[in-house]
Design a protein around this ligand. Structure first.
Ligand SMILES: O=C(O)COP(=O)(O)O
Ligand SMILES: [Mg+2]
Length: 234
């Protein structure tokens, strides 16, 4: 990677810096145990199923989960059930996630080296995630990453989330950088679509959650197996 081409980098959180799949699975299963009707007790999700649903923020995640479990149960009135359960499910999920945030999550190998190398070349760093801002801030702090970022933006920071380009445009505005000189680093088509539409170059990691699809099929400017490779690719 030629750092001279960039003035700043915008870095995604879930699936790029932190493997949060354990947190998602634990919080979602606690939510299901609390809100599902008694005749559906015991319905639980595994990480493969959840990995296909993560990436578009918590509203989308909870809706997808309810859809999935009601469809699996074979109930005829799944759509009505979804509406009836959504508000309570979302509130329960938020409460359980807040209580366990970071406990079942770990940094991917190479993240610290990668962030240090970006920082040492003078790039300013912003974290931009679809995760709710409060969860993102406490997770970054817990994992010792908060010091790398001059600002953090979450899924509730702007009117629209990635893959809409608005959050990236707002991040560039905050940084005072041109999109063409602001590198997006992410793990999914959400990040790449948002970056393309905003005019930012985009690199994707190959180990994250791309809605269960092969990440190398996504239109991006490059792929890395570890953020530590950013330094090797100067
Ligand atoms: O919480 C999500 O939906 C995904 O968050 P991300 O944007 O950090 O990948
Ligand atoms: Mg991600």
């Amino acid at each position: 990677m030629n750092h001279g081409r960039y003035d700043a980098a915008i870095v995604d959180l879930d699936g790029t810096m932190v493997d949060t799949m354990g947190d998602f699975v634990v919080a979602l299963n606690l939510m299901l145990a609390e809100v599902l009707p008694r005749d559906m007790a015991g319905a639980a999700l595994d990480s493969l199923t959840v990995s296909r649903m993560v990436g578009k923020g918590s509203e989308h995640l909870v809706k997808s989960v309810l859809n999935h479990v009601f469809a699996q149960s074979g109930r005829a009135c799944a759509a009505i059930d979804l509406v009836a359960h959504y508000d309570r499910a979302q509130a329960s999920y938020q409460q359980h996630y807040a209580a366990i945030n970071g406990q079942h999550a770990s940094l991917y190998p190479g993240v610290l080296e990668g962030l240090r190398s970006l920082q040492s070349t003078g790039l300013r760093l912003v974290c931009l995630t679809n995760k709710p801002l409060a969860f993102a801030r406490s997770l970054l702090k817990l994992k010792g990453l908060d010091g790398f970022f001059c600002e953090v933006f979450g899924g509730d920071s702007f009117e629209r989330k990635k893959p809409d380009p608005l959050p990236l445009r707002k991040a560039c505005e905050f940084l005072g950088t041109l999109p063409a000189r602001t590198l997006m680093i992410g793990d999914s088509s959400n990040d790449a679509l948002a970056a393309r539409a905003a005019g930012c170059p985009v690199l994707l990691v190959t180990y994250g959650y791309n809605h269960g699809e092969p990440v190398r099929a996504v239109d991006a400017d490059g792929f890395v197996d570890s953020l530590a490779e950013l330094f090797d690719r100067r």
